[in-house]
Design a protein around this ligand. Structure first.
Ligand code: RB5
Length: 176
């Protein structure tokens, strides 16, 4: 239990075998209608770049669909180690972030600029990057995705200590 809750502790700042070839990273992508166009564009760009993204839907544009229906299955897949990182998109990126962070072991954040795209991984082991399909254009979003996927958790003691406190809060809340 504790082992699965503290998966972030495995990061040590060195590229492990899985990450030595960045294109081998299992990437998931999910969106509601607000992020649908951006999801389609990013999926194509990921494939062109050599990734094999898992698309958790929406698989067609349905106006009025609900972001938890797509974001939560992707987040659960990450929590189960079926994929390593996820890209969660809704109109603003806020709902996607709120939903993803409800799943234990998910560290999701709304990203709009490059510094947080890599520092969020390096310091906080962010495993889901959230984007706003009505906020961030395709070119910038693609740059942010590449920065996110190429970043590694540094694994410094202070970063692990902080994440352990976050993980402990998840565990203690579940116990109550
Ligand atoms: C859908 O209209 C919109 O509310 C949703 O995509 C997202 O922006 C929520 O945060």
């Amino acid at each position: 239990m504790v082992k699965t809750c503290r998966k972030f502790l495995t990061g040590n700042g060195k590229k492990n075998k899985m990450e030595s070839n960045i294109k081998n990273i299992k990437v998931g992508i999910a969106s509601d209608h607000g992020g649908f166009d951006l999801k389609m564009q990013l999926t194509s760009l990921l494939k062109e770049a050599g990734y094999i993204p898992t698309d958790f839907g929406a698989h067609e544009l349905v106006t009025g669909d609900d972001y938890p229906d797509y974001i939560l299955p992707m987040a659960r897949a990450i929590a189960k180690d079926e994929i390593l990182r996820g890209i969660a998109i809704c109109g603003s990126g806020v709902g996607a972030s709120v939903a993803a962070n409800k799943i234990q072991g998910i560290r999701a954040a709304l990203i709009t600029e490059s510094f947080s795209a890599h520092q969020g991984v390096e310091d906080d082991n962010m495993n889901v990057m959230c984007l706003g399909g009505r906020v961030t254009g395709t070119s910038l979003a693609w740059e942010l995705v590449q920065i996110f996927l190429n970043a590694d958790f540094k694994g410094d003691e202070r970063f692990k200590r902080r994440l352990e406190k976050v993980s402990d809060a998840e565990i203690s809340q579940k116990a109550n």
